[in-house]
Design a protein around this ligand. Structure first.
Ligand code: NAP
Length: 286
């Protein structure tokens, strides 16, 4: 690691827990590869007010990632919140600019970048989301605000949660949005949508052999994006590959959203390949 000295800028992730965060590996590898005098640490935080007062008081604090359970509560401690984060209702990135703390959200735009990098256009697409939690919310808002999709359909198991997301999307974005029940409507929805975005924890380690979508429902025309990145290739991803579908791994969203943070904090284009390699190396060690 490069020398840490009196000019080193501090970036961090705060959450509880944070022990399994892959962000330190990604960001420190990027700082090192570009020889930037930055360091990125993970802080388990219970006292959010105290943490924010401390960060604000330190001139070398440059920015941080925010994870569960602080993504909503942190908003009250910030000076500015960007429109996308306001619409989604949470913040995953804090940046210090001219002594002001600005909150933003990079998950959704990270997913957009992953599609862009895979050469997949979203224009005129029918997008099916499986799940209605925080990650789907972030990506659905980015797609609704920044892409020219035909429609977004949200399928979930808890109707109140699906309805809340769909109502927020309809109220705050111009997108055409539909809702449905995950068990009752999945089969029909798969016949009428091009892109499937899996945003539940189903298939996540240690439940590697579970999938929310029976493989016989997949067609080669489907593009499948599974947000889960532990394991790197979920059962759904493996089944989609076997059926001839294009796939995007959850890892790609993770890495691309981190590149957006990196660029905010440093003002320098992020070394995507270095960050991706650092995450893959860490995941393979687990
Ligand atoms: P979350 O807010 O807890 O939402 C989880 C969603 O999945 C909810 O809609 C939940 O439904 C649904 N769900 C959970 N278990 C289910 C089951 N057995 N059957 C049907 N639906 C189920 O979680 P999140 O933050 O959105 O994260 C979701 C997944 O995305 C996680 O695996 C996480 O690791 C991954 N993720 C990836 C990235 C990335 O960068 N690739 C970023 C963020 C999250 P209910 O509302 O009914 O509980």
């Amino acid at each position: 690691m490069h020398l840490i000295d009196a000019s080193t800028q501090l970036c961090a992730v705060i959450g509880n827990p944070v022990e399994h965060s892959l962000s330190p590996a990604m960001h420190n590898a990027a700082f090192e590869s570009l020889n930037l005098n930055y360091v990125y640490l993970a802080f388990r935080v219970e006292d959010l007010a105290g943490c924010m007062a401390g960060m604000r008081a330190m001139a070398s604090f440059r920015g941080m990632s925010v994870t569960i359970p602080h993504k909503i509560a942190i908003m009250q401690y910030l000076d500015d919140i960007e429109p996308m984060a306001q619409h989604v209702g949470c913040v995953n990135t804090v940046t210090r600019e001219n002594d002001r703390l600005t909150g933003s959200i990079t998950d959704g735009v990270g997913a957009l970048r992953a599609f862009e990098q895979a050469g997949i256009s979203l224009d005129g697409r029918r997008i099916l989301f499986v799940g209605a939690g925080g990650a789907v919310r972030a990506v659905a808002f980015a797609f609704a605000e920044l892409a020219r999709v035909d429609r977004l359909t949200i399928l979930g198991r808890t109707s109140a949660r699906v309805a809340a997301l769909v109502n927020d999307l309809r109220a705050r974005t111009p997108a055409f949005v539909r809702s449905g029940d995950l068990s009752a409507d999945l089969a029909e929805a798969l016949t009428s949508h091009d892109i499937i975005i899996q945003g539940t924890p189903i298939g996540m380690f240690p439940h590697n052999e579970e999938s929310p979508i029976p493989s016989e429902f997949l067609r080669p025309e489907h593009i499948v994006f599974d947000m889960v990145y532990r394991p790197l290739k979920t059962r759904l991803v493996r089944a989609a590959e076997d059926r001839g579908c294009k796939v995007i791994l959850g890892l790609e969203m993770l890495v691309h959203q981190a590149t957006l943070q990196f660029e905010r904090w440093t003002g320098v284009p992020a070394p995507l390949d270095v960050m991706r390699a650092a995450v893959i190396q860490r995941l393979q060690q687990e």
